[in-house]
Design a protein around this ligand. Structure first.
Ligand code: FAD
Length: 401
């Protein structure tokens, strides 16, 4: 049996190797990651871990004993610098490792501010790795003046934690509103109000010009000319897929490492899954940045590496925790042309439609809407929008109809 090597020891890489063993793969299996720790889950980094309510052990997906028992070699702290496709070799700083089949689960990296903008100053952080958050946490003490750059989910979660820690928080979003890329105005309105209730100074339509300071960051100049005194800056301006290795090896890249529906790249011996992979979905090519996708796609790819030949068909879901609000999202809202809301106040949901077709549901403190909406999407039921918006309608009945 061909040996399998997996590059990228994150959520997808860990799921892929576990699934290979669960499916009966008995060949040599190596998982290589450049972070110094075993694969861990990232969502708590901007939630409980940043708040100080978790630790590395709790984040770790599986203990070393699992990998030992399953005979999976995990090389941590090891960066792959090149792939030699002709010789079927993976090159690290001090070794060459042969492969029969290779999987790329290299994830993504957080966009950073440029040096000219002050991105190199002490006290300026991105939120991607344990190391990022370990470095950031000591600066987020009571009364610290924190500037969050970017009003996506990571920025909003970090702002919520900073406020809980007693920091004085300003959040800026250069687009006209927060969550502009991922959610409807109705969902953004909900979270804007929630953050303002908690004392966040939220400024939309305002970007960052520069950060200034000698050695450490001391002030920020915003695009509207305002200057703020700051002790700590959290940059949440999106991520880019980690495609450099694939590109250098001559694989096709198209907003991520391009795969077919099975997860196979332009080289039939090389596969890809997780944040770094772009794949066909309905009539478009997409890349998903979520735990659901990292796990489900990696498991599908593992099965396909062993010959299952089964296309990956995702049912996306996602969540975010901010203060006491649990947001659960089912589906993908991309391409929506109408939304309706159900409920009001702290517990409500936003339903996305294209024509008469339900695309997605954002449920805030509303587990029922999430569960039923998710099921509707899974079985292909699109209830009438007016019926969904009517708070007296029974969602389970709508699912049956
Ligand atoms: P990663 O987990 O990023 O793993 C990729 C690994 O590959 C990394 O360790 C990287 O260092 C390594 N690597 C890259 N290149 C090389 C190389 N050349 N050699 C060796 N190793 C390499 N998703 C949700 O669904 N819900 C949430 O609430 C949520 N919250 C999040 C909060 C934060 C702060 C972050 C950062 C992400 C969050 N996500 C959330 C997204 C989710 O964590 C990611 O989608 C998921 O981790 C993707 O898994 P992955 O394996 O593709 O990538």
């Amino acid at each position: 049996m061909d040996d399998i090597v997996v590059i990228g020891a994150g959520q997808a890489g860990a799921s892929l190797v576990a699934k290979l063993r669960a499916q009966g793969f008995t060949g040599a299996l190596t998982l290589i990651g450049d972070e110094p720790v075993l694969p861990y889950e990232r969502p708590p980094l901007s939630k409980g871990y940043l708040l100080g309510q978790s630790n590395v052990e709790k984040l770790t997906l599986r203990p070393q004993s699992y990998y030992d028992d399953a005979q999976i070699t995990v090389l941590t702290g090891t960066r792959v610098t090149a792939i030699d496709r002709e010789r079927h070799l993976v090159v690290t700083d001090d070794a060459e490792i042969g492969y029969g089949q290779l999987a790329l689960t290299t994830g993504s990296f957080a966009r950073a501010l440029s040096a000219e903008q002050g991105g190199g100053l002490k006290g300026v952080f991105t939120v991607r790795t344990l190391a990022d958050v370990d470095a950031m946490r000591p600066g987020m003490h009571d009364k610290a003046r924190v500037l969050v750059v970017g009003g996506g989910y990571i920025g909003l979660e970090a702002a919520a934690v900073a406020s809980k820690l007693g920091c004085s928080v300003t959040l800026i979003e250069q687009g006209p509103r927060i969550l502009g890329r991922v959610a409807a105005a109705e969902t953004a309105n909900y979270f804007r109000a929630l953050h303002r209730e908690h004392g966040i100074d939220m400024r939309e339509g305002v970007g960052l010009d520069t950060l200034d300071g000698t050695d450490s960051v001391q002030s920020a100049t915003l695009s509207d000319g305002t200057t703020l005194d700051v002790d700590c800056v959290i940059v949440g301006i999106g991520i880019d897929p980690a495609t450099g290795l694939a590109e250098a090896a001559g694989l096709t890249v198209d907003n991520g490492i391009k795969t077919d529906a099975l997860g196979q790249t332009s080289d039939p011996a090389i596969w890809s899954a997780g944040d770094c992979a772009s794949f066909p979905f309905r009539d478009q090519r997409i890349r998903l940045e979520s735990v659901q996708n990292a796990i489900d796609q990696a498991e599908a790819v593992a099965a396909n590496m062993l010959g299952a030949a089964k296309p990956y068909n995702p049912f996306p879901w996602f969540w975010s925790d901010q203060y006491d609000c649990k947001l659960q999202i089912a589906g993908l809202c991309t391409g929506y042309d109408a939304v309706v809301t159900r409920g009001a106040g702290a517990r409500m949901s936003v339903w996305y439609y294209r024509g008469d077709t339900l695309l997605a549901v954002d449920a805030m403190n509303d587990a029922r809407s999430y569960m039923v909406g998710k099921r509707m999407l899974e079985v292909g039921v699109s209830p009438h929008a007016e019926a969904v918006a009517d708070p007296s309608s029974n969602l389970k009945q709508l699912l049956k109809s």
